[in-house]
Design a binder for this molecule. Sequence first.
Ligand code: HEC
Length: 435
Amino acid sequence: MKTFRLASLAMSIATLFAGPALAVDPATVNWNSVPTKTLNLFYPAQSSYQWLRSADHPGAQVVTGGGACLTCHKDTEEKLGNKLVKANKLEPTPVEGKNGVIQLSFQVAYDKENAYFRAQWKTRNNYAGDAHPFVRFNGKEWKTYGFPKLDAVVQKGEQPGIYEDRFSIMIDDGRVPEFANQGCWLTCHNGERDNPKFATRAEVQANPLYQTLKQNDVRKYLPSTRTDGLASWDKGKTSEEIAKIKAAGGFLELMQWRAHRSNPVGMADDGYVLEYRLSDAGGNPFGSNVDPKTHQPRFMYDEKKVGKKALTAGDIRKMPTALVREQNAVPFDPNAGWKEGDLIPEYVLNKEGAKGSGADNNQVKGAWKDGMWTLVWARKLNLANPDDKPLKEGNVYNFAFAVHDDNITTRGHQVSFPVTVGFGAKAAIEATRLK
Ligand code: HEC
């Protein structure tokens, strides 16, 4: 009783001195009063920046000149997606049974402090895609178990397809040339993982730009950061030139809600695309759970909370699997009597691990029910970080969306053409002003 009184006193003091009002829980927004925009997201296969400008694409000339995809592809998402998802010249590794199109329902509202997003889509599977690769004990050592479905080991049946569902938002404020017309295709290039002319680890490590970045693979980048006409991955500008582009706002916001690696702590990650797909300063709420020296897990499940120290294959899809420092994880004990088939997640979450600009999306919640994800998301307006695109009343932005569904990563997503979103301004999607 006494403790309770003390606690409530402490709470009212905290409320008095809390400073700016706490953000509104995005779940309490009256979403019934906010119009819904339905977008058809489609499977793009390997339609890279370079392919779109090649003789194989009838629209090459217009695309090279900066023209809009929708000049020729208006209302063709279903046709494109259903064709490209099957084996064809742009899809050398089709995934059996994959759907070509996903309908996304998107709503936007805002008040003085935040923008609020709500996104809904149906999943192909009759379960929440919240599992992610594990490490499995084989009697001797811990080896990765579960891979995304474009990987050869899954396509050959040697490994199960396990990868988290994701929902990504890209935002341009008009300062990325051609994004309004060509959207995320500006960032999708030959050399990237699962794309044509995949750049090997050795090739990437030999490249000066990637040496500076300390990265071993090619990921999304903007053509403005390359020196040649076709924006080749290996023709990077100097760090000084790239820093100038960033300072002038020539980068894209890229935020990803992740069913395994961010949702359990109520977050989405916060990143941006410039010369690479980069994380905002402060870091993500997740990190590797594998010790690079011992190749053993760093954390295991807390038996008191989960009922066991590790899972087995039969547990996947039957229970949430995320390992969360603040909730259900304890340091790994190498002498805990591990058995062949024991599984521990390959990543560990830590809400406190994301700080500063990297922790901006800390009010995001996704729930899966009856075959559908529903996400609600609050994003502060007027952010002043150098790696964010601040959302401001009176402005129009170009948004583009991606959904990763059914255990897949890289280009195995369904994507949208770019669409304008206005906050108190004319646009294809006009955010509803809340009282
Ligand atoms: C000037 C017209 C034009 C523009 C602009 C254009 N395209 Fe195309 N594109 C075509 C035509 C014509 C085809 C042939 C197949 C068809 O009719 O859909 C095609 C085919 C494609 C295909 C392969 C589909 C298939 O059936 O194999 C993809 C993917 C594609 N375009 C994406 C894009 C994207 C993305 C953009 C913008 C960056 C774009 N196109 C801009 C005219 C255009």
